[in-house]
Write a new protein. Structure first.
Length: 739
């Protein structure tokens, strides 16, 4: 592997620069190399500045030899010419070429020293007022603060793009704050790890026993467990044990810091008979979200009086739609009319979509305004097509704001500006975590109805909490459980097997002219992966006419192993979208992005601007975790993706870390989506992951066909394993206890 090199020179030309993330393509005039094309994260850089870049030479297939910078360092200009070039570049606000020439003509090569230490002296120059002189000095001080922060953080492996975010968040005193308490980084900047903060702290001589370190470590532990395990709290004993091991400290020191945080209101605690019958410790945001949900649901469920003749409305609608509701469906529709909150849960084929249609029409007859929503774009799009009414993502419904954290997000619609709807029907409610649900509940007006529709037997949400299950468990609001499978749905082995799996029974395979098949593959996960690729590329397109990329989705239980997401995506990309002269590609972050690739956004990005693919007119912002698309164009500094055949998004290179290949996805990432055909590799893995509701969730993603490839005994082991990972959540407690 080539060693990193250092090239120094003057920035001759800025070819491209993204001011939001600092990604830059520039021409560097180096005495040793001549003009060099450099690519990398160079925030706040201007032509004429002197820099050194550390990185490696790369050979781009379209743009030739480039120097890919990993870090860079700015140098103070020396000599009149260099100082003039620097000031003329517009680095300092209020100083352009004519003003720069006046300053350098008057003060010579000492101009920057004067601006820094005696800015008032600039007023000695004709045409520069005292006020203007002070403003120039302040602007230069800001430039220095920014550059010192970037250089300081680079020494600890924190990239310039993160440094930009840190500066924007912490402000001009960022470096001072970090020197006093480096742990402010992981507390306020998502993506900065506690380990990085420890590295900075060690360099600054801060003790491992420092109270700021211990307090931040405790909060970081709680957040990490919320993100990775879905917990809204941890029992005190668990938190002390985990945090003391992570911090390599005595448990007593962690205990003392927890006491301090509770006194400072940095954490909240609660005593209740939870999983451990112990004291629960929360981060404030999760504590407040669960209580907010409980309070709102309790209030909404209290005062709803049914005045209309609902039976007459239902009979009228049955005649209009040509559908006769069965007993539980009728109960669900009637309960929706008379209740502030209703939960409708059931598996595939039990009529949830029919009920949604009826409730919409019923509410319209009652003169109520209705909003339809779902947690993901794909789920909202599916809801729209099935209901005949527009459905929005929860983020769009709440009018998500710009900037800020992708977890702790601000919405325009809230307690102060509630939604203008009499009722909200939320589909795929099992995917809702406590933070998003808390934001939705806060935005409901005090007389609104909330209808939650979902399959409680699917996997819990990726985020913190277990909202749908906790609401059902609390027995505070009416719950209609749909169990009858309708005749047309019962003809599908997908539906039949989903319900068999949910009851702990093994699926039935390979019935003639049916839609659920098993393909045996022995010899380990590599052989299974080869068979999956053959099924997707050859067998299904030949037998059913499916488009291998558009119609078939590989869903796998895990990320690693040869039949996991990472390796399968490489294999399927090679099989379904091989390199060719007609397709441009780029290797970025050890991943090949090629025109025609199937891709997925892996975290919420509320600020990405998208345009309509058919007319290029800007329509909105926001691409969310789980949204899938196809790469339309690969260029030197960007990749263009079309999502769901309608939204065109341009990703700068620095944003590609949020874009994964999606030939294969995990079961968790597939939630909220439906595909014509699902292919699932079946193999043995960690029992805590390979359980019944995982395979149930995977199977229920398919509309027309399921093919399981691998080992039957692995499928049976998943069906037999009804163990669910423990989630520490307390919404059910708050629903039962809040007055």
């Amino acid at each position: 592997m080539a060693e990193a090199e250092i090239i120094s020179g003057e920035v001759y030309e800025i070819i491209f620069a993204n001011e939001e993330n600092g990604y830059t393509v520039l021409a560097l005039d180096s005495e040793e190399e001549g003009l060099v094309t450099c690519v990398g994260i160079f925030p706040y850089l201007k032509e004429g500045e002197l820099i050194s870049v550390t990185g490696k030479w790369t050979n781009h297939p379209s743009y030739g030899e480039q120097f890919k910078a990993e870090t860079f360092k700015k140098h103070a200009p020396s000599g009149k010419r260099a100082v003039l070039n620097y000031l003329s570049a517009g680095v300092v606000k209020g100083v352009r070429s004519s003003t720069a020439k006046k300053i350098v003509d008057y003060f010579g090569e000492d101009a920057l020293i004067i601006i820094k230490n005696q800015p008032e002296r600039l007023a000695e120059i004709k045409g520069i007022s005292h006020k203007k002189a002070i403003e120039i000095g302040e602007s230069y001080a800001l430039v220095e603060d920014r550059e010192q922060l970037i250089m300081f953080l680079q020494g600890f492996g924190i990239s310039p793009s993160f440094a930009m975010r840190i500066y924007d968040t912490l402000g001009v005193s960022a470096l001072t704050q970090i020197r006093e308490n480096p742990y402010v980084l992981c507390e306020q900047i998502r993506g900065i790890t506690f380990k990085s903060c420890d590295l900075v702290a060690e360099n600054l001589g801060i003790s491992p026993n420092n109270i700021n370190r211990i307090k931040s470590g405790i909060k970081y532990t709680l957040l990490n467990y919320a993100i990775s395990g879905g917990h809204t709290y941890l029992p005190r004993e668990v938190l002390v044990d985990v945090a003391s091991k992570a911090l390599s400290l005595d448990k007593l020191e962690v205990e003392n810091a927890i006491v301090t945080l509770l006194m400072e209101q940095g954490l909240k605690n609660c005593h209740f008979d939870g999983f451990e019958g112990t004291e629960a410790i929360y981060l404030l945001v999760f504590y407040e979200s669960e209580k907010k949900i409980a309070y709102k649901i309790k209030r909404l469920s209290e005062e709803k009086i049914l005045k209309e003749d609902v039976d007459a409305y239902i009979s009228e609608l049955e005649a209009e739609l040509g559908i006769e509701l069965e007993e539980k469906q009728r109960l669900a529709v009637k309960t929706a009319a008379s209740s502030g909150v209703l939960v409708i849960t059931g598996g595939p084929g039990t009529g949830k979509t029919t009920i949604i249609k009826f409730i919409i029409r019923l509410f319209e007859k009652m003169g109520l305004s209705v909003a339809l929503s779902a947690p993901t774009g794909r789920a909202a799009k599916r809801m729209t097509s099935l209901s005949g009414r527009e459905a929005k993502t929860v983020h769009r419904l709440l009018e998500v704001g710009f900037g800020g954290d992708d977890i702790l997000r601000e919405f325009t619609r809230n307690e102060d500006l509630p939604l203008d709807y009499d009722a909200v029907i939320l589909d795929e409610a099992s995917m809702m975590d406590v933070l998003l649900t808390g934001s939705l509940c806060a935005a409901l007006n005090k007389n609104a109805r909330l209808i939650l529709v979902g399959d409680v037997d699917q996997l819990p949400p990726v985020g913190a909490g277990n909202v749908l299950k906790d609401i059902i468990s609390a027995e505070l609001v009416p719950v209609v459980r749909l169990s009858s499978v309708f005749r047309q749905a019962a003809e599908s082995m997908i539906v039949v097997n989903a319900h068999k799996i949910n009851k702990g029974e093994y699926p039935i395979y390979n019935e003639k002219d049916k839609d659920f098949y098993f393909v045996s593959a022995s010899g380990g996960t590599e052989k299974i992966a080869d068979m999956v690729a053959d099924v997707v590329k050859n067998r299904l397109p030949k037998a059913y006419g499916f488009d291998a990329k558009a119609d078939i989705q590989v869903i796998t239980p895990m990320k690693k192993t040869a039949s996991g997401v990472f390796d399968l995506n490489v294999k399927l990309q090679k099989a379904l979208n091989p390199p060719s002269e007609s397709k441009k590609e780029k290797n970025y972050l050890n991943r090949i992005y090629r025109e025609g690739d199937k891709v997925m956004q892996i975290r919420n990005n509320y600020d990405l601007v998208w345009t309509k693919a058919d007319d290029k007119k800007t329509e909105g912002t926001g691409i969310f975790n789980g949204d899938m698309g196809v790469i339309e164009k690969v260029e030197k500094s960007s990749v263009t993706v079309i999502f769901d055949d309608e939204k065109r998004v341009v990703y700068e290179n620095s944003a590609l870390e949020d874009l994964d290949h999606a030939y294969a996805v995990t079961v968790h990432k597939s939630q909220g989506s439906e595909f014509r055909a699902v292919v699932m590799p079946a193999f043995f893995g960690a029992p805590r992951l390979m359980n019944r509701n995982l395979i149930y969730t995977a199977v229920t993603r398919a509309k027309e066909l399921v093919v399981i490839v691998g080992q039957k005994n692995a499928v049976e082991a998943m069906v037999d394993n009804n163990h669910e990972l423990k989630r520490y959540s307390s919404l059910d407690f708050w629903l039962k206890s809040i007055d």
